[in-house]
Ligand binder design. Structure first.
Ligand SMILES: Cc1ncc(COP(=O)(O)O)c(C=O)c1O
Length: 454
């Protein structure tokens, strides 16, 4: 069965059938929607993909964090089919469908936002969830501004690309929405040289406080929006001391704390949300935006907050035609049931334990591995030219990714400098598949480093 298979490449890549589709793609689809991988999928099961030529890949990208539950989980497939037999869609402003209500009830129970009485609304993508979260915060606080961070990625709509840090996502597309201010994200690896953890956290808090003096006084700030572990920004976790201090700041100044859990959510971190760790430390966010793995690959996103916040929103400003689509809600309800039943959070910690120790051994072994970090199974390996100067090494990462793909392992980069390899493997991966992936990745690191040294 593909679900239990190991990577196996039987043709040159891309194979002949894949090459034909990639050729058609080049003609029919804008080239700016990029793809450098030689894989054209025929079917997927668990953590494995079979391409149209019969090659088998191990997928450690998982649709960029969408496939925590793996490809084609049979019970999720059955739930979607069963829903499809009854109806696809019932616009929620016109016809109430129970799936939406049941899923909202479930998320109100498990999303660790501040406050016990909670509401949830649905949209379709991560960007929409983030954009709605900001609209909700502005409408509730009646304040115009927000604070976001260096390294942040929140999506590609006009507001979310403005919130996103890397300017290549919004180059030449101004004018941008006003009232979006940026502070430095607490990146402990790249804190000023010689700083202790405590000094680094204080340094970043000081940078955040400066925004109130130099950009927007606190009383005009509706929300601070942070990814608990930055995804595109390079898999950088926010230190819990920093989160606690930010929570305190928000409480003192009447600002809402929004956690963008689009990439971090649904078991990836070893808990359902990184905000569960925040909650345990007494610093739960006010609003959580979630998407990606929520419905195992059917487009869906969610925003959860305490009811009082939603009650303060002007009627009409949130919603949308497809938000909470019936097929997506059916998938999400089954995903949540399976994640709990099969203890995928526990599996996430098991996988993390195994891989983290291997990644850390590479840090000792290879001069190019500068940092290994993450929360649970959301791990990143940062590659540098020199451990002392920490100069990013994106050329090496590019080479490693290409090399790994040629041997049947799909991995992706991340980071402001494109020099981080991210680990987003489906949580249903088998131990044998993990071993095989670790082997392919280490060989790719060795051969790419040797090649670039020549
Ligand atoms: C943290 C975060 N927020 C928002 C988004 C945007 O999600 P979408 O591409 O579904 O709009 C992403 C996508 O990668 C993300 O990682």
């Amino acid at each position: 069965m593909l679900r239990d298979a190991l990577p196996k490449i039987i043709t040159p890549l891309p194979g002949p059938k894949a090459k034909a589709v990639i050729g058609r793609r080049a003609k029919a689809v804008p080239s700016v929607i990029r793809c450098g991988y030689p894989c054209v999928i025929k079917r997927g099961e668990g953590a494995m993909v079979e391409d149209v030529d019969g090659n088998v890949f191990l997928d450690w990208v998982g649709g960029v964090g969408v496939l925590n539950i793996g490809y084609s989980q049979p019970e999720v497939v059955a739930a979607v089919k069963e829903q499809a037999d009854r109806y696809f869609h019932a616009m929620f402003n016109i016809v109430t469908h129970e799936g939406y209500v049941s899923l909202a009830e479930k998320l109100n129970e498990i999303m660790p936002v501040k406050g016990k009485v909670r509401n949830t609304m649905f949209a379709n993508s991560g960007a929409e969830a983030d954009e709605n979260a900001v609209k909700i915060a502005k409408s509730y606080t009646k304040r115009p501004n927000i604070i976001v961070f260096s390294g942040a990625f929140h999506g590609r709509t006009l507001l979310t690309m403005t919130m996103t840090s890397k300017k290549s996502y919004s180059y030449g597309l101004g004018p941008y929405p006003d009232g979006v201010y940026r502070a430095e994200y607490p990146n402990l690896y790249r804190a000023p040289k010689g700083y202790t953890r405590e000094e680094a956290v204080n340094y970043y808090l000081e940078k955040l406080n400066r925004v109130f003096e130099e950009a927007s006084p606190a009383e005009f700030v509706a929300a601070i929006v942070a990814e608990p572990v930055q995804g595109e920004g390079g898999f950088v976790p926010a230190p819990i001391e920093w989160v606690k201090a930010v929570r305190k700041l928000c409480d003192e100044k009447g600002i809402l704390l929004i956690a963008d859990e689009v990439q971090t959510g649904f078991g990836r971190s070893g808990k359902m949300f990184v905000s569960n760790y925040w909650e345990e430390a007494g610093c739960a966010p006010d609003i959580i935006a979630a998407a990606k793995s929520i419905a195992g690959g059917v487009p869906l996103s969610a925003v959860t907050a305490r009811k009082e916040i939603f009650d303060g929103v002007t009627p009409g400003v949130i919603g949308g035609t497809f938000g909470g689509n019936a097929l997506a809600c059916a998938a999400a309800l089954k995903v949540l049931e399976i994640m709990k039943r099969d203890n995928l959070c526990g599996r996430s910690l098991e996988i993390a334990g195994k891989c983290r120790s291997v990644f850390l051994s590479w840090k000792d072994k290879y001069e190019e591995v500068g940092d290994v970090r993450g929360v649970g199974c959301m791990m990143g390996i940062e590659f540098v030219k020199d451990k002392g100067t920490k100069e990013p090494y994106p050329e090496l990462v590019k080479n490693i990714i290409n090399e790994a793909a040629l041997h049947g392992l799909l991995i992706e980069n991340a980071g402001t400098y494109d020099n981080v390899i991210r680990f987003l493997c489906p949580l249903v991966v088998t131990d044998a598949q993990l071993d095989s992936g670790l082997n392919i990745l280490e060989n790719a690191i060795k051969s790419s480093a040797a090649k670039l040294k020549k």
